[in-house]
Design a protein around this ligand. Structure first.
Ligand SMILES: Cc1cc2nc3c(=O)[nH]c(=O)nc-3n(C[C@H](O)[C@H](O)[C@H](O)COP(=O)(O)OP(=O)(O)OC[C@H]3O[C@@H](n4cnc5c(N)ncnc54)[C@H](O)[C@@H]3O)c2cc1C
Length: 348
């Protein structure tokens, strides 16, 4: 019976805590914010990835495909289907051609069918796939974790001090057998070279129905639904990033200073970009508001968004991939604990 101190009540901290609690471990989750899923976990594109976004990273595709299946099994009420979820390859602006893209997705073992671009009002595309990817329900996830972890959450508490000694780890002076840093690189150093990217997505209202459009592969854009039937996000690989910082604190400081002129100029660029493929975008989508967030990214050109876990003494540091890789994180930590203690924890 180990006692775990988990720092961060995002998707990672909440999932790991509720999994470990279900296995019989004593868990306590700290977050500096006053609610769960307050930062990146509540401010992202809410895509339950299947792998279609990552033609250039095999590890990311495989983790997404497996994570997608597990997510639906484990959290059946926390995602919704999307009737028309399209992945389109532009004929000039993609890093790979449509046939190569389709071959990569076929070899990844994920299912799709092909549809005609014109039928969906798309232009400048050489091929379009219709996929089963879903959208996550953040509102329901908050409800679920608040319920499952109601006796285990300590919110509005910043962990300032992590001190390992005498076979224990102390968080602000409180003793734990193991500590898990699920802060996405805000606290303990991550075992990979990373940078921190402030991001801007744009929220729009539309009556288009259950619809998503993702242009692949490379510096392109996407429209994705949210948990509200008429609200969508617009994201752009080119225009969503607002800079590169060496620490989470520096990236968050930058975000606190972003003003309306930055948002307006980015909005213009993002709308111009999407109109190249969906000329009627501005007739179909009405702008509402910006969404500002921070992404921690591994440095490299392969678009690696997979999850890594490192162990430093009795402390685990999670480098989150996407939300579908929560299972990889919890399993990795459990395996390392089993190996260290020569025990076998029976899984549920
Ligand atoms: C613009 C954008 C779009 C994205 N789109 C998608 C997508 O469509 N699909 C997808 O799967 N993923 C997406 N992601 C990635 C996804 O958001 C992350 O993988 C996920 O939210 C990471 O969760 P986390 O729990 O590791 O981190 P977070 O959600 O950031 O949680 C970390 C928590 O740690 C807390 N914390 C930090 N320091 C301390 C401290 N010292 N003491 C106490 N608490 C502390 C913070 O308050 C925070 O609540 C996107 C990310 C961004 C930014």
């Amino acid at each position: 019976m180990f006692r775990f101190g988990i720092i961060g009540a995002g998707w990672y901290g909440c999932h790991i805590a509720s999994s470990f609690k279900a296995l019989g471990f004593d868990v306590k989750v700290f977050d500096r914010k006053e609610s769960v899923l307050a930062l990146a976990s509540g401010n992202n594109q809410f895509r339950l990835h299947q792998g279609f976004h990552y033609a250039r990273s095999y590890r990311t595709r495989v983790q997404s495909r497996d994570g997608y299946m597990r997510f639906i099994e484990r959290y059946p009420t926390l995602s919704d289907p999307i009737t028309h979820n399209l992945y389109a390859v532009p004929n000039q602006d993609s890093l790979i051609d449509f046939l190569t893209y389709r071959l990569i997705m076929t070899s990844s073992g994920i299912e799709f069918s092909e549809v005609k671009a014109e039928q969906h009002g798309l232009t400048n595309c050489s091929g379009v796939l219709l996929t089963d990817e879903r959208v996550m329900r953040t509102d329901k996830a908050r409800e679920l974790f608040n319920l499952r972890l109601k006796d285990n959450l300590q919110l509005a508490t910043t962990i300032e001090n992590v001190d390992e000694r005498d076979g224990k780890v102390f968080l602000n002076g409180e003793a734990f057998d193991y500590v898990i840093d699920a802060t996405w690189g805000s606290l303990l150093p991550i075992d990979h070279p990373v940078f921190y990217e402030p991001t801007l997505l744009l929220y729009y209202r539309s009556k288009i129905g259950s619809y998503a459009l993702t242009m692949v592969d490379g510096n392109l854009c996407s429209i994705y639904p949210t948990e509200a039937a008429d609200i969508f996000t617009l994201s752009s690989v080119t225009h969503t990033p607002l800079g590169k910082y060496n620490t989470m604190a520096a990236a968050r400081h930058y975000l606190s200073q972003v003003d309306a002129s930055v948002i307006d100029s980015k909005r213009k660029l993002m709308e111009e970009q999407v109109k190249r493929y969906m000329p009627e975008f501005c007739e179909k989508f009405e702008y509402i508001a910006p969404q500002l967030s921070v992404k921690t990214k591994i440095i490299g050109a392969t678009d690696d968004r997979s999850c890594y876990v490192s162990k430093q003494g009795r402390k685990f540091v999670v480098m989150s991939g996407k939300i579908d890789t929560i299972f990889y994180a919890s399993e990795s930590i459990l395996s390392m604990i089993e190996a260290e203690n020569e025990i076998q924890v029976s899984r549920i």
